[in-house]
Write a protein that binds this ligand. Structure first.
Ligand SMILES: *Cc1c(COP(=O)(O)O)cnc(C)c1O
Length: 393
């Protein structure tokens, strides 16, 4: 059976070059990067080369990048760290309703500790209006955290504009760039952000490694206590092989960004065009413009997303329902609800996210398989009335 993986926003396979770069550090180069002997110093060199590669992907200085255990830890460290470092007695944080749970649940934990949080809403395209952020600012605001690109819709936020607001009001600004890295060009100076989170496994690197960019002068309270690793920001013996793999993945992402963005957008647009032409009661969630090049989110009315994912899996196609990180949960996606979809439509939605190995033949296969699967599931739905035959493209 043909296998078509269209869930790259959940995770990506390791690039072959990444595996090759990691191999020595999983075998003979086992040193502790803090040791002063040569075994340790070779591990240190691997970590520092990776830091340069990750910094280059986002236009940062090497010393402003620290490694973490992933995007989730980077988000936690940025948010809790910035709030914890503020000397204000009453504290207020501004975020959005479409953030990843790594941000949303961190903000909720802060609320339980007495921090006030404003969740700014988004429009139907899944985009935050900077005016709403400005209106939410108070003298107590210590942090604004808004993601650069959404994982479910791909919608891209006006980060530079929000960062200008934050700076004008002397408020720290964090962005979760886990879904934009490798898909959109990122220059931290142009964006004007103070803190920016990355994750290796969304860009063909290993799972369990991430990074946080920390602009010089940004005050941050550490989450954990231990040794003096990572400029005293994040203690713990470095995951050398993982970090080296992340570095290689960042380098590949930077080198291929432009051509790959064009190629993936063309495949994605072709899939959308052909599916929408063939399947009635189906449409695009969010806005076709201003989104990451690899992502599409479509609704198939009268169907539940989970059975559809399972039926497609049986045909070799991997994709996901709106809420990628909560398989098993019945709640409709908070992102699709936030853009105003009724719960039934949010539950009838699928995300297809393209990546490096996908080809035009993958699009052909999905277009061949999906209409029949949708039709079959709809025939089982009591709400569905068979329409007149749709025109083929
Ligand atoms: C995947 C993801 C994360 C979490 O990163 P991990 O490395 O899996 O912890 C955070 N934010 C966004 C937008 C993501 O897509």
């Amino acid at each position: 059976m043909r296998r078509v993986y269209l869930d790259h926003n959940a995770t990506t396979p390791l690039a072959r070059e990444v595996v090759e770069a990691m191999m020595p550090y999983l075998t003979e180069e086992y040193g502790n990067a803090s040791s002063i002997h040569s075994v340790g110093q070779r591990a240190r060199a691997g970590v520092e080369q990776a830091r340069a590669q990750v910094a280059a992907l986002i236009g940062a200085r090497e010393k402003d990048v620290i490694f973490t255990s992933g995007g989730t830890e980077a988000d936690n460290l940025a948010i809790r760290g910035a709030v914890g470092a503020s000397a204000k007695s009453a504290k207020h944080v501004i975020t959005s309703t479409i953030e990843h749970h790594a941000v949303l649940n961190t903000c909720q934990a802060l609320e339980a500790e007495g921090v006030r949080v404003t969740y700014v809403s988004v429009n139907r395209a899944g985009v935050v209006d900077p005016e709403d952020v400005r209106r939410a600012l108070t003298p107590d605001t210590v942090l604004i955290t808004i993601m650069q690109a959404n994982n479910e819709l791909g919608s891209v936020q006006p980060i530079a504009e929000i960062a200008r607001l934050a700076r004008a009001h002397k408020v720290a600004f964090h962005t979760d760039a886990v879904q934009s890295a490798g898909k959109l060009p990122i220059r931290v100076e142009e964006l004007g952000v103070d803190l920016l989170s990355l994750s290796a496994h969304k860009i063909y690197g290993p799972k369990g490694v991430g990074a946080l960019y920390i602009r010089r002068g940004t005050r941050l309270k550490p989450l954990m206590f231990g040794g003096h690793h990572e400029r005293d920001r994040r203690p713990g013996t470095e995951n050398v092989a993982g970090i080296v793999g992340f570095g290689k993945a960042a380098e590949l992402a930077r080198l291929h960004l432009e051509e790959e963005a064009k190629r993936l957008a063309a495949l994605r647009d072709e899939l959308e065009r052909r599916l929408l032409a063939r399947i009635p009661h189906t449409g695009l969630n969010g806005d076709p413009a201003r989104r990451t090049p690899n992502t599409t989110n479509l609704y198939f009315d009268f169907i539940e997303g989970e059975p559809l994912v399972i039926a497609l899996d049986l045909k070799g196609i991997a994709c996901s329902t709106g809420a990628a990180c909560s398989s098993g949960a019945v709640e409709p996606s908070h992102v699709l609800t936030a853009i105003g979809l009724p719960p039934e439509r949010a539950r009838a939605s699928l995300r297809f996210s393209f990546g490096r190995a996908n080809t035009a033949a993958d699009v052909d296969y999905v277009v061949e398989v999906l209409p029949g699967v949708v039709e079959h599931l709809r025939e089982l739905s009591p709400l569905y009335k068979k329409p007149a035959p749709a025109t083929a493209d």
